[in-house]
Design a protein around this ligand. Structure first.
Ligand SMILES: Cc1cc2nc3c(=O)[nH]c(=O)nc-3n(C[C@H](O)[C@H](O)[C@H](O)COP(=O)(O)OP(=O)(O)OC[C@H]3O[C@@H](n4cnc5c(N)ncnc54)[C@H](O)[C@@H]3O)c2cc1C
Length: 398
């Protein structure tokens, strides 16, 4: 089954946002036991309120993340990279999967190369296991690619090609996803809201059991694989989306479902990870490696490779495919606490604390390693969003 979920006419895909997958399924759950939603604060969707546009490449490997050890340059290298569009979501579980490989070296001090989602969480898990950790990295947050992500729970987004999703892989994925999910629940309710649950609304011109016109799925990159759909294995972990009646939502579209979504406020969450790491004696050293041979000069004899897309150049891993993605932020509106997915209009909105995140997919993201921002694309997405908040309606809601 095609894993890509098409939001736009043409090939705009937004598989990174898992509630849409649930919402596009044929299952219909009526909104029972709910009061009508409170009035929703309108989003001030104006291109001149865009404060940042960020681009990064998902480090996609058809065979899924690489979590294994090898000997090189007199060091044990524990690889932990290649998490596609699921790096934040799977990070804690992936770190736990790498931990036995690290502990097997019996080294009390380890090096981690990389300070993104994977490096930081692997560092924290290793610290909690009693190890002394030093991170070496070219960039740290907010410059790392992880900082440009959407920031939602999307544990099987562009993670693995369907043909590689063996039962063993699926079971390992499930263990990672469950471990990550559990850790994220322990990070709720903290100052700065690093992790939070929010409601959101999937909007659609067509009934949810009908395809979006023009969204055939056939116009992407010819090499783009069918992505493995693994989420049903853990679907009981969070609430199902619910079909709403017209009087239960304020949106000018005929079909609406409400979902509930785990959101990572990446600015405060990255800061929390860094602070915790440093407070527990971790060190960060700015350093770029051009060859794994340079690891021989490190004083640590166990080196975790958490370089994400960087592993393609550093380790010559040509199986990593860049999948470009762009996120843009509007000036924060703390009163906006809901997300949006507009099916058929290539638009997703996440109510992050560092800004209202607006995302649209490009036509040719798969295989594209360009990190040059396309401001016109983000402005166009903001204008599509504005159509949901006509001035009259916005005034009456305010
Ligand atoms: C648009 C977009 C939206 C996304 N949304 C989500 C989402 O909502 N939820 C989710 O779970 N995932 C999402 N992802 C996927 C997620 O962002 C990635 O899987 C994750 O960032 C990978 O993290 P990482 O730590 O492996 O890599 P990175 O963040 O790239 O970190 C790599 C680290 O290694 C360092 N490094 C690299 N090469 C070298 C070198 N040669 N020498 C020294 N240091 C080096 C870098 O400086 C950096 O510190 C999204 C991705 C994109 C593109």
């Amino acid at each position: 089954m095609k894993r890509r979920i098409f939001l736009g006419r043409g090939s705009a895909a937004l598989a990174a946002l898992s509630p849409l997958a649930a919402a596009s399924a044929c299952e219909v759950v009526p909104a029972a036991g709910f009061a009508p939603p409170p009035t929703l604060a309108p989003i001030r969707a104006q291109p001149d309120r865009l404060i940042d546009i960020a681009v990064c490449t998902r480090p996609f490997r058809p065979q899924g993340p690489r979590i294994e050890a090898e000997r090189r340059a007199g060091r044990t290298i524990v690889h932990n990279y290649g998490h596609g569009g699921s790096g934040w979501s799977l990070s804690w579980g992936s770190a736990r999967a790498a931990l036995p490989l690290i502990l097997a070296t019996r080294e009390p001090r380890i090096a981690i190369v990389g300070c993104g989602a994977i490096g930081l969480t692997t560092a924290r898990v290793a610290q909690r296991a009693g190890l002394k950790v030093r991170i070496y990295c070219k960039e740290r947050p907010p410059e790392v690619r992880s900082s440009a992500a959407t920031g939602v729970w999307s544990p099987d987004s562009r993670l693995c090609a369907e043909e590689h999703a063996t039962p063993a892989f699926a079971a390992a994925w499930e263990a990672m996803a469950r471990a990550s999910f559990k850790t994220y629940q322990s990070l709720l309710g903290l100052p700065g809201e690093p992790v939070a649950w929010h409601d959101g609304y999937v909007l659609s011109d067509e009934p949810f059991d009908q395809p979006v016109p023009g969204a055939s799925g056939g116009q992407g990159h010819s090499a783009e694989p069918e992505y493995a759909e693994l989420e049903p294995r853990i679907r009981e972990l969070w609430p199902r989306s619910q079909l709403l009646q017209a009087h239960e939502h304020p949106f000018p579209v005929p079909h609406v479902r409400r979902y509930t979504q785990l959101v990572f406020n990446l600015a405060s969450y990255s800061r929390l990870l860094m602070d915790d790491f440093l407070r527990e004696g971790g060190e960060i050293v700015q350093r770029e490696f051009t060859s794994p041979r340079q690891f021989a000069s490190l004083r640590e004899r166990t080196v975790v490779n958490a370089t994400g897309y960087g592993a393609r150049a550093l380790f010559g891993d040509d199986t990593i495919v860049p999948v470009r993605g762009q996120t843009a932020r509007l000036i924060p509106q703390p009163e906006v606490d809901y997300g949006l997915l507009w099916r058929g209009h290539n638009l997703a909105v996440v109510p992050r604390r560092d800004g209202i995140l607006v995302q649209a997919q490009g036509e040719h993201d798969f295989g594209d390693d360009s990190v040059v921002p396309d401001r016109a694309a983000s402005e166009a997405a903001v204008l599509r969003l504005a159509a949901l908040f006509p001035p009259q309606a916005a005034r009456s809601r305010a």
